[in-house]
Design a protein around this ligand. Structure first.
Ligand code: 4AD
Length: 477
């Protein structure tokens, strides 16, 4: 008998055919109705057992979480809630599940509780839906770039350079931690380490992606990145996935156009391909919002919000304009912000970003031309000598989702910047070489994949959109 996924059973016309299916029991009611799910779709398939035909001991093993193989006839359903069901002829319990200790019971569990059971939480409707949307987004991202003439580059995970210059990196070393070899000055002697130098997990593939853009033209990376920042927030992970396109001959305007077109495209992809999961997540969000005070509730249902972003232009605003808006806004004047904006040059905190997006403009915003002092060394200096061609994209409910820039292509200016920041030129010799051999205007950006998944699923905490989150004090599983 042919085996089908539940997705196939529910979407094809197999009525009256003999089929078999494997999955896990969601519920077993009245010793008669098994709701079986195999993860292929949100919906379960109802399997109807004529209990007189089955051994009582066998049916006793059909409990929530057990793995079953079921064979029978697919028929139109008599009951409400499903179009088809299986009249069970054969039932095999592949793996039992002890109902007293199985943590995922058919009732509502808190997200916090489920985080402790991350190895099983994907069996819940919410996490299965989130992870299917995550998978669809990942596919859509590769599809977008491949359809638009980009080449995928696998940039290294272990690196000797700090792309963002923030120094928040995880060291990679095979030295004896208790007794590392020391130099004459008493410093750790990294020459004796595995790579003969200090190395870390990468914070970004950008610098290496730039080398490829200057040969292949349009490239993108999509890989894991690591940051040892001690930010215990609902928007930060220590290990997250980043998409970084890099394009030769693109200036900042073209970079903004690319980012906006790309984000809209992948959101449209999930709108078109993840309808059932999005509807479920939208309903989940509505239920969750009901528990919040009126003032904190989001005014747009999830799908409408996704359509809104896909259909409307992002607002482009210079940093200088944004500072004017923030300096004069009510929460700033009434000192409601934790960090009051006093003057030009201030780094924007998420409270400011969210004010701009959620209160002032009410749409995604691209902020550009930031003060050089608060941005990374590789960004192109503007003619004013104090701002750089940087851009951040801010999203409702998320804050910063993209960070990017036009890169400094002038060797002398870049060298000055590197020196001013005390970065060792030797460390970046190969990066500087790009400015010696056929340098050209080029730009790129980084999109935090989990922040995009947060937005697309309406989830509230970044720990709930990655299979096994890595955060300070937490690397279980
Ligand atoms: O703004 P960031 O630091 O930019 C870069 O790393 C550049 N090298 C990108 C480039 O131009 N190629 O990070 C880019 C994005 C942020 O906008 C945010 O969405 C995400 O990465 N991000 C994080 N996501 C989760 N947890 C963290 N700790 C994150 N830090 C950054």
């Amino acid at each position: 008998m042919k085996s089908y996924s539940i997705k196939e059973l529910l979407s094809s016309n197999l009525s009256l055919q003999e089929v078999s299916v494997e999955g896990w029991v969601k519920t077993f009611r009245s010793n008669r109705f098994i709701a079986l799910n195999d993860g292929s779709v949100l919906s379960n398939i109802q399997c109807v057992v004529d209990f007189e035909n089955f051994d009582e001991a066998l049916l006793k093993q059909v409990s929530t979480g057990a793995a079953l193989k079921i064979s029978g006839t697919l028929v139109e359903s008599q009951g409400r809630g499903q179009s088809v069901e299986i009249q069970v002829k054969e039932l095999e319990v592949l793996g039992t599940s002890d109902p007293d200790t199985y943590p995922i019971q058919p009732k509502k569990h808190s997200l916090e509780f489920l985080r402790e059971k991350a190895h099983l939480r994907v069996r819940t409707n919410t996490f299965a839906a989130v992870m299917r949307v995550r998978s669809a987004l990942s596919f859509a991202i590769h599809k977008y770039f491949q359809d638009n003439g980009f080449y995928n580059v696998h940039t290294p995970i272990i690196t000797g350079s700090d792309a963002e210059g923030a120094g928040e990196m995880f060291r990679v070393s095979t030295l004896d931690q208790k007794k590392p070899p020391l130099t004459e000055d008493g410093e750790i002697d990294f020459k004796q380490d595995f790579f003969g130098k200090e190395t870390n997990l990468t914070v970004s593939g950008q610098l290496e992606a730039e080398t490829f853009a200057m040969a292949l033209g349009k490239v993108y990376t999509f890989g894991p990145t690591f940051r040892a920042e001690n930010s215990n927030t609902s928007r930060h992970l220590a290990e997250f996935w980043m998409i970084e396109p890099e394009v030769a001959f693109n200036d900042l305007d073209a970079n903004m156009d690319l980012a906006e077109d790309f984000i809209k495209d992948v959101i449209n992809y999930v709108l078109e391909n993840c309808n059932e999961d999005l509807q479920f997540l939208e309903k989940r969000l509505i239920d969750e919002e009901k528990t919040k005070p009126q003032a904190e509730r989001s005014d747009m249902p999830l799908i409408e919000k996704l359509k809104f972003v896909a259909d409307n232009n992002f607002k482009r605003v210079s940093y200088t304009e944004a500072i004017d808006i923030l300096k004069n806004c009510k929460p700033n004047k009434k000192k409601k912000f934790q960090y009051v904006i006093e003057e030009w040059g201030a780094d924007l905190q998420s409270e400011h970003e969210r004010y701009l997006v959620e209160k002032h403009f009410n749409c995604p915003v691209i902020l550009f031309d930031y003060p050089a002092d608060i941005k990374a060394f590789y960004m192109r200096l503007n003619e004013d000598g104090k701002t750089v061609r940087a851009m951040d994209i801010l999203f409702p409910g998320i804050g910063e989702i993209v960070g990017g820039s036009q890169r400094e292509e002038r060797l002398d200016v870049l060298k000055e910047k590197v020196a001013a920041l005390g970065i060792d030129e030797e460390e970046l010799w190969w990066y500087l070489d790009l400015r010696k051999f056929g340098t050209a205007v080029h730009s790129g950006f980084g999109l935090g994949f989990e922040r995009l998944v947060l937005f697309a699923t309406g989830m509230g905490n970044i720990r709930d959109v990655i299979p096994f989150p890595r955060t300070p004090q937490n690397a279980e599983f």
